[in-house]
Design a protein around this ligand. Structure first.
Ligand SMILES: [Zn+2]
Length: 257
């Protein structure tokens, strides 16, 4: 792995009182590394990740991991689209602060739908194993290499980064592959499955939901607000009954809280 160090001005000094223990993956949007680097090095951009991984596997460090990069911030006001309370990550919701403070951010160049190439996967695994994990340990953090701590931008701010679309990092992003390789295990492909729900679970309805299960009646937009939390009262294979609405909703349309 080639690590090229640059120093973007787009970061906080330090990480407030936080120690980073999560990794957030992104895609740059463009197909070339140079315009991306120029943008992140430009003060006017007001954004930069800690790392950018080019299509050939070269790694650029733009913000030292001691500092919080400006890549996946969350807002503290409920009316903002990046409000932490809307995050799909329970950790982000519970921490109730700017997610930049406790995340290492990694951008991948030309990563349509999250399909990064082998050179990029190998570089990411090496970066995590040889730089990020030692940095966590240096800070007294016990690294947790799992899907709760290795997340996508769209997990953190789903209202601005739709997980179903190609943006940030995209629905094909190989989280499980990276996690397995960092842990030194054989990659396990997990089947794309709906969340397992049980009676009593708390859920919210995704923005992408359209109708109630099995009927043409539309779910009102107000019911899909991330502050509206419902209780599962009955479970079938593909749908659940929500106690507060007394309606059946497809499991695929729900987010477990
Ligand atoms: Zn992003």
């Amino acid at each position: 792995m080639k690590l090229i160090k640059k120093n973007s001005p787009n970061h906080y000094n330090g990480r407030a009182e936080w120690k980073a223990d999560m990794i957030c993956f992104h895609q740059t949007g463009g197909t070339l590394v140079t315009p991306a680097l120029n943008w992140y090095m430009n003060k006017a951009a007001q954004c930069s990740p800690n790392y950018v991984i080019d299509t050939n596997g070269d790694v650029y460090q733009l913000v030292d991991p001691d500092h919080a990069a400006w890549a996946n911030g969350t807002a503290t006001k409920a009316n903002e689209k990046t409000f932490y309370g809307c995050s799909l990550s329970k950790i982000v919701r519970d921490r109730a602060t700017n997610a930049n403070y406790y995340t290492y951010s990694i951008e991948f160049v030309h990563c349509q739908w999250g399909n990064i190439n082998e050179a990029q996967i190998a570089a990411a695994v090496e970066l995590i194993k040889t730089v990020i994990v030692p940095h966590m340990r240096k800070n007294g953090v016990t690294p947790k290499i799992d899907r709760e701590h290795l997340v996508g931008h769209s997990d953190i701010t789903p209202k601005t980064r739709d997980p179903e679309k190609f943006n940030c990092p995209g629905k094909s992003f190989p989280y499980d592959e990276i996690i397995s390789r960092v842990l030194g295990k054989t990659p396990v492909k997990t089947a794309e499955s709906a969340v397992a729900l049980a009676v009593g679970d708390k859920v919210t309805i995704k923005d992408s939901a359209t109708t109630y299960a099995g009927v043409s009646a539309k779910i009102p937009a107000g019911f899909k607000d991330c502050s509206k939390i419902y209780t599962v009262s009955k479970v079938m294979s593909d749908r659940v009954l929500l106690k507060e609405l007394y309606s059946w909703v497809w499991i695929k349309d729900l987010e477990k809280r």
